[in-house]
Ligand binder design. Structure first.
Ligand SMILES: Nc1nc2c(ncn2[C@@H]2O[C@H](COP(=O)(O)OP(=O)(O)OP(=O)(O)O)[C@@H](O)[C@H]2O)c(=O)[nH]1
Length: 352
């Protein structure tokens, strides 16, 4: 973008105009979002996780716990393919989108139909936002369950649009659900953490890893690996002794990656939960609530900067338009030459 601190050149100004005329990004033109709007409304939590990690069961548990303890929570189901949601979410994608009908009508397989269902729902998401904004004083939390096929949400344009719409209006965080029993081997743990890291980079929202199914698996070794990479290296060595390939290329890659991820673990909140027996749920709610402060410092601040930048852009354009109008009015005795505008455009000139 043009650097106006050095004084604008004509090329800079033209580039600026072109940029200003481009369609703004989803949340870039929203001047109506005031900082206190976010810090006073509910916290939005988006549940993301690999298929079978227990998102829907955790969604159910969070609902049960909310009812038991009087937490004011609003539930949104964005998984069109889920057969049975044991609770009745206030907003459910399945109420307006017929997933099976999409498979038949567009001759799609399960994954294609999930993405198409999300795309269709994204076109109605402005209405969902209107409902959420109207109810914002009634709830402390808005909890969103996402499709089982993680990439259908995390790497689709509609998933991004939905997440950005939420994050540009409410303090939003992501809870990444980890299937603890299936992550107990160092190699699978590493793959899962790399995925979590990619989600942090993609969404730039506060992230908590919820190690689920802790009723049947011990999360402590994994927490130790995040605290101390030497503990992870020892676990890698032990598992490579058992492997027929021994300490090959992949083991040495995991070793190096654990050093890189060390930085990521410092910002990653983690909590051990069981969606089945309810352990750790209070702590998870605490993390969700306290993510608001992180959101305000990171995403919220960036958003405010983008809003301020766009406001400045619009004010500059308005000032230029006004100046041009004043010039035109001052020279109202100037001669009108038929075809002068198209001739000037051909020659790349601007009319006085
Ligand atoms: N032991 C135990 N099992 C769990 C827990 N949470 C979920 N499960 C089981 O894990 C399986 C998958 O759970 P789901 O809630 O369907 O997982 P999901 O991530 O929503 O899966 P998708 O439907 O693919 O989105 C089910 O058999 C659950 O009963 C838990 O905390 N402990």
């Amino acid at each position: 973008m043009a650097d106006f601190s050095l004084g604008p050149s004509q090329a800079d100004a033209d580039a600026f105009m072109r940029e200003a005329q481009q369609k703004p990004e989803i949340n870039d033109d929203d001047e109506t979002v005031a900082p206190d709007h976010r810090s006073e409304g509910p916290v939005v939590t988006i549940l993301i996780g690999m298929a079978g990690s227990g998102k829907t069961t955790l969604f159910h548990r969070l609902h049960y716990d909310a009812q038991e303890k009087g937490r004011r929570c609003y539930f949104v189901n964005l998984d069109p393919a889920v057969l049975e949601v044991p609770i009745e979410p206030q907003i459910d994608i399945r109420d307006t989108i017929d997933y099976k009908g999409i498979m038949t009508e567009y001759k799609l397989g399960p994954n294609g139909a999930i993405v198409t269902a999300l795309n269709l729902f994204a076109t109605q998401f402005a209405d969902v936002m209107t409902i959420l904004e109207k109810r914002k004083n009634d709830y402390e939390h808005i909890i969103v369950d996402t499709p089982g096929q993680i990439e259908a949400f995390t790497w689709s344009a509609s998933g991004q649009l939905i997440a950005e719409s939420l994050a540009s209006t409410f303090a939003t965080n992501v809870v990444y659900v980890v299937d603890t029993p299936r992550t107990s081997a160092p190699a699978t743990f590493m793959s899962n953490m790399v995925y979590a890291c990619s989600i942090l980079h993609k969404y730039r929202l506060p992230l908590t890893a919820a190690f689920n199914k802790c009723d049947v698996a011990d999360h402590k070794p994994m927490f130790d690996w995040m605290e101390d990479f030497e503990a992870f290296h020892e676990a890698l060595d032990r598992s490579s002794q058992d492997s027929p390939d021994g300490a090959g290329y992949v083991t040495s890659l995991h070793r190096s990656m654990s050093l890189v991820l060390d930085e990521f673990y410092r910002v990653l909140d983690r909590v051990a939960v069981s969606a089945v027996d309810g352990s750790g749920i209070d702590e998870l709610y605490e993390r969700m609530t306290s993510s608001r402060a992180k959101y305000d410092e990171t995403y919220g601040r960036e958003l405010e900067q983008r809003i301020a930048k766009n406001k400045a852009k619009r004010e500059k354009i308005a000032a230029e338009d006004l100046a041009r109008l004043q010039r035109d009015m001052a020279s109202d005795d100037s001669e009108i030459v038929p075809g002068a505008a198209s001739q000037a455009a051909k020659e790349g000139r601007r009319l006085p």
